[in-house]
Design a protein around this ligand. Structure first.
Ligand code: DGJ
Length: 744
């Protein structure tokens, strides 16, 4: 059992060989936080870790002048009863008060991990994989219960947390803030890392030193967004990719979120993560409960890579679900950048046939196949085939694609409607809209009110019909705008603060029904690229279109940033045409492949438009990916050199048996007469001899990890540099190289 309750000291110790988490029931009945960090030996009493002291201008609840919540590290703090920092929760009561006092009632410790109703969450397959502590607290005056859940995964340095409020009373209470996790750390000697950006520039790594005051990122866009990701990192300033203390905080949720660190004047750091309290109010009705989403906190002594590898393993195997979870992903070709809206059935089949000839396994039909959709003004909401373009419907097209020997995939954007659609014409009240106000559009589309079960049911029926009639093996589920005028015509005025969250619950319920009823389908989530790349989505769709930016150089940064919190296999990554459609940049086909290999690989172009030489290279890329995708998608991934700090970026992946490793090495701008270069590799077996395909030489794992792989390239003044010759490995801007290492 990895959770011990020390009865006399009233302390819980959650531990495994990677971490310890110690909680104490304080003298006022609240839960205090004594320690979170590297594993320490268990003791019967950790009371000496409770730091209290008398300070001026402090408020007290009793005559004990050493006990003030302002100075005690807590588990789920409240504001206004001697603590003045922002709290984990707040409840507005019928008399207007917001003061609460939840004190310890009881607890349960058990093996395994319960699911969270209607919400995505990590899970166990065998009970021994994790232990759970469930602490019940009660506010005696209000009669409300608060249940805090903590799960420790026995083999991972990870703790999953969530909170549930239960209302057994006759009153209605308004929850205005309910974070998923809150952690008070004794100092502030950390760098804060956030993953921020915008459309086509998602998850750029931004680092700054924590400072007194509040630093936060969040989303109030109705989805987790490209602006900030619901994942942040605190690392010791001396920690780097390979060593040092790092904590990662990840929210398993796809809607509005807040990630925040408040450093008080004594340098105590309070980190919290949960649903954004701005525009959130939940009416906790008599007899009902409210469950927060889950947050996962990872502790690593082995630097940022150690933290990421924990998230990768956990999210790949105990968050993602379904038949595709452990399977290598098909090499796909998506027609979006090949045709945009300009296609018909024969054109698609021609593109697919060429793709099949080169080894592609799955053809994906993107936007434009339904209703009156010939541009982005019409059609969303009408999930039946446009028979002018596709005379045989999706059924006929999918059968033709399968007859080529490929699988067929389909794009949908189920949460939206255009006003020019049958759906809107028959149900104008089904859009989220605020009465009397202008309804803003985004890409000429409007957001369906997924807080209403009848809307979700209707969409389900339409899409389920297509999926049942046709041969669909893959769905790309897009979402192309943020939510405005968020208001449901079906809810009473006092419930409007629930709409953002109810929308996400409706979205999750639709996903759940589809994956349960169509378990063979591989789902890929998407939101104008990576505007909803979050852990919540991974529970339903094990991969996500990482970004609409398919330029290889930009993708290095985007995939690098994404890899901090999410596994390689979850990143949709495609080779697209040049000049690139987002940047107008020309990068070598080899580099486009070498970047896209590190993900769920595919193509986003019409292969018929490539030269015979390029087609041969595509065939070679696909052969390579099929041969090595299990290592790439399920191996241990290491970031080696950051594109945010260097002209040369590098990463690698190592198979579980350490017999195969693949290194991706990317030079953004070429240089001349450059220095000698070595790249120190990671994760190899020091006692194995590795053969490197690209150099033809053999090296010890110890040598490669300590001296490094020699990566000096043709721009180091070797013969031929600057004189592009057929077959000679000449460096250019955006040049890259893959190294495949194999050992006996
Ligand atoms: C945004 C997606 O990210 C693209 O890949 C494409 O599917 C378009 N939407 C289609 O409208």
């Amino acid at each position: 059992m990895a959770i011990i309750f020390h009865e006399a000291a009233r302390e819980f110790h959650l531990y495994n060989d990677k971490l310890s988490y110690i909680i104490k029931i304080l003298e006022n009945g609240h839960l205090g936080q004594l320690y979170f960090g590297a594993r320490i030996a268990d003791r019967k009493d950790f009371d000496h870790l409770l730091e209290t002291c008398y300070r001026p201008m402090t408020a007290y609840q009793s005559e004990n002048y050493a006990f003030s919540l302002e100075h005690i590290k807590q588990e789920y703090p409240v504001y206004g009863t001697t603590d003045f920092k922002l709290p984990a929760m707040e409840i507005l009561q019928p008399d207007g008060s917001r003061i609460t006092n939840f004190t310890y009632c009881s607890h349960r410790i058990f093996q395994g991990k319960p699911g969270l109703k209607g919400l995505p969450a990590t899970y166990t397959e065998a009970e021994e994989e994790a232990d759970t502590l469930e602490v019940t607290l009660k506010d005696e005056l209000l009669g409300l219960k608060l249940i805090l859940l903590y799960t420790i995964f026995n083999r991972e340095g990870a703790i999953a947390r969530s909170a549930r409020f239960e209302n057994p009373t006759e009153e209605t209470y308004k929850i205005t803030r309910a974070m998923s996790t809150s952690l008070d750390l004794p100092d502030c000697n950390y760098d804060w890392i956030q993953f921020s950006g915008a459309w086509s520039r998602e998850r750029q790594v931004k680092t700054r030193r924590l400072e007194q005051g509040i630093q936060s990122v969040g989303s109030n866009r109705g989805h987790s967004s490209a602006t900030h990701n619901p994942f942040i990192v605190l690392k010791r300033p001396t920690a780097d990719e390979f060593q040092g203390e790092v904590m990662g905080f990840s929210l398993i949720y796809s809607g509005n979120f807040l990630a925040q660190a408040e450093v008080d004047t004594y340098n105590v750091t309070r980190v919290m993560l949960g649903i954004h309290p701005f525009s959130f109010t939940w009416n906790l009705m008599p007899g009902e409960s409210f469950q927060t989403p889950e947050a996962v906190t990872v502790y690593s002594k082995d630097g940022l890579n150690g933290m990421s590898q924990t998230f990768h393993r956990l999210y790949r195997s105990r968050l993602a679900r379904g038949e595709w979870r452990d399977k290598v992903r098909p090499v796909l070709l998506n027609n979006w950048e090949a045709t945009y809206f300009n296609f018909d059935e024969n054109k698609l089949v021609d593109i697919a046939r060429a793709a099949k000839a080169d080894g592609v396994e799955l053809f994906v039909l993107d936007d434009g196949w339904f209703g009156a959709r010939s541009n982005d003004y019409a059609g969303l909401g009408d999930w039946y085939a446009n028979t002018e373009r596709l005379p045989n419907g999706i059924k006929g097209l999918s059968e033709r694609i399968e007859a080529l020997g490929m699988k067929f995939g389909l794009w949908v954007e189920l949460e939206m409607a255009n006003m020019d659609s049958d759906l809107y014409r028959s149900h104008p009240d089904w859009l989220l809209q605020t009465p009397g106000r202008t309804l803003s559009h985004g890409r000429h589309q409007y957001v369906l009110d997924f807080s209403r079960a009848e809307v979700v049911d209707h969409i389900y029926d339409m899409v389920a019909k297509i999926l049942s009639e046709s041969k669909v093996s893959y769905i790309k589920w897009d979402m192309n705008r943020s939510i405005t005028e968020c208001y449901s015509l079906a809810l009473t005025p006092e419930r409007q603060g629930e709409v953002f969250h109810r929308y996400i619950l409706g979205l999750y319920s639709l996903y759940e029904r589809l994956i349960q009823n169509f378990p063979h389908i591989l789902f890929e989530s998407c939101a104008s690229g990576g505007a909803r790349f979050d852990a919540g989505m991974l529970y339903y769709a094990p991969q996500c279109w990482t970004s609409d930016d398919s330029d290889a150089a930009e993708r290095i940064k985007i995939q690098y940033g994404t890899s901090f919190g999410y596994p390689v296999v979850s990143m949709g990554a495609h080779v697209s045409a040049v000049p690139n459609h987002q940047l107008n940049r020309i990068t070598p086909l080899s580099t486009r492949g070498n970047v896209a290999f590190f993900g769920a690989f595919g193509y986003e172009l019409d292969l018929q438009k490539l030269s015979p030489k390029e087609r041969e290279m595509v065939r070679e890329q696909i052969r390579f990916m099929k041969r090595y995708r299990s290592v790439i998608q399920f191996g241990t991934f290491y970031r080696l050199q950051s594109p945010f700090e260097n002209n040369i970026a590098a990463w690698m992946t190592v198979s579980e048996d350490q017999k195969t490793a693949i290194v991706g090495y990317y030079k953004i701008l070429n240089d001349v007469n450059c220095e000698y270069r070595r790249l120190r590799l990671k994760g190899l077996d020091p006692d194995k001899i590795y053969h490197i395909d690209q150099t033809g030489s053999c090296h010890g794992g110890d040598e490669l990890m300590n001296l490094g792989l020699i990566t000096t390239d043709a721009s180091a003044g070797q013969p031929g540099s600057g004189q592009p010759e057929e077959g000679f490995d000449v460096c250019t801007d955006f040049w890259s190289k893959l190294y495949v290492l194999t050992a006996e």
